[in-house]
Ligand binder design. Structure first.
Ligand SMILES: [Zn+2]
Ligand SMILES: [Zn+2]
Length: 350
């Protein structure tokens, strides 16, 4: 019976990874294609990846595969052969290699079968996520952005759009991708004869969105290959003018990569030009919002007077106050009003 899951403790695995001397390459990839038996595909891939000491997260679903992994450098060529021959749809798949990564982000291989690789809330059985729009690379993105017959549509969240987006791109104002899909179809109903270019951070969301638009009768649907990350990389490499203004928001310590010098967002507290996201320092809040250096000083890194006061309380009392509060990811949304002093009270359900 082959080993299909790891059986060693997390601490032990992490220690082993840190003790490794061989450098690892961090790579991510995804592909929409139809898998009839995700479980069998997953098991076979697990055995092969495990042999190559691949670490990281891989999701497999009937609609495809999505992975963020690290591979020991000496195994990288073999890994590519394994991946490219795992399914005809994966042949010569585009791999995103993380250049700034030290390869130490993962220490165990987790390969899971999921309902979807990107949650979409679509229940329509006839929808085929593998039927995607046309890929656009940097050069064509730049050509199309100046074309009056083309609409760029941002499929990310508000806080991402807020700090940076393609010139004149349309925002689909919802906090979740599931809500954005039907909303995009509705908002663009009158624009069916136009070219629709969808984009997101790394390409996985906009690619599905392009399939959804095609499914709803849109004819000229495109999406930016590899998303903003790949666009910026290619445009710089090829010396093309950058048509993306501001920052590309990403969830790492930097909270985004600056692409152009323009600062298009504002401090959520005083309105000064600023595009630096931060999390409220109060452990009972952690709201994600934009704060300028002078407000950071004034509010001691907090989102409100309430949080700043709470942060001054003894640890025990802070903990007591936190108990019983709703704890989810809180993200400031400009369209929903100014920062409230009572942020901890969940908004009433509409
Ligand atoms: Zn400010
Ligand atoms: Zn706060």
């Amino acid at each position: 019976m082959p080993v299909l899951h790891n059986r060693i403790s997390n601490e032990e695995l992490k220690a082993r990874m840190l003790a490794e001397t061989e450098p690892r390459t961090t790579v991510s990839f995804y592909k929409y294609f139809t898998l009839d038996d995700p479980k069998a595909f997953r098991d076979s891939l697990y055995i092969q990846f495990n042999k190559l000491k691949v670490f990281g997260r891989v999701y497999v679903a009937k609609e495809g595969i999505n992975a963020q992994i690290s591979v020991p450098q000496s195994h990288f060529a073999t890994f590519k052969t394994v991946l490219f021959s795992a399914h005809p749809a994966l042949e010569q798949l585009r791999l995103n290699i993380a250049l700034e990564d030290d390869g130490k982000s993962f220490w165990v291989l987790r390969l899971k079968v999921r309902e979807r690789i990107v949650a979409d809330g679509i229940s329509d059985e006839t929808f085929n996520p593998a039927q995607v729009g046309e890929y656009l690379q940097a050069e064509r993105v730049n050509q199309m952005i100046d074309d009056p017959n083309t609409l760029f549509v941002d499929m990310r969240n508000h806080y991402e759009y807020e700090v940076g987006h393609f010139e004149n791109a349309l925002e689909i104002p919802s906090d979740t991708f599931r809500e954005q899909l039907p909303m995009a179809v509705e908002m663009l109903q009158e624009q069916k004869d136009k070219n629709i270019v969808m984009y997101c951070t790394g390409g996985i969301r906009c690619e599905k969105a392009s399939a959804y638009m095609l499914h709803h009768g849109f004819k000229n649907v495109y999406h930016v290959e590899g998303g903003i990350i790949e666009y910026a990389r290619k445009a710089k490499e090829q010396g093309l003018p950058l048509k993306f203004i501001g920052k590309n928001f990403v969830f790492d310590e930097r909270m985004g990569e600056r692409i152009s010098e323009e600062v298009i967002a504002h401090c959520h507290q005083c309105g000064a030009p600023c595009d630096t996201h931060t999390n409220c320092l109060n452990d009972g809040c952690h709201l994600l919002f934009i704060q300028c250096p002078s407000c950071a000083e004034k509010f001691a890194g907090c989102c409100s007077d309430t949080c700043r006061e709470e942060l001054k309380l003894p640890r025990e009392e802070q903990r007591a106050r936190r108990a019983g509060r709703e704890n989810g990811v809180k993200i400031f949304n400009k369209s929903k009003g100014l920062l409230q002093a009572t942020l901890h009270i969940p908004e009433p359900k509409k």
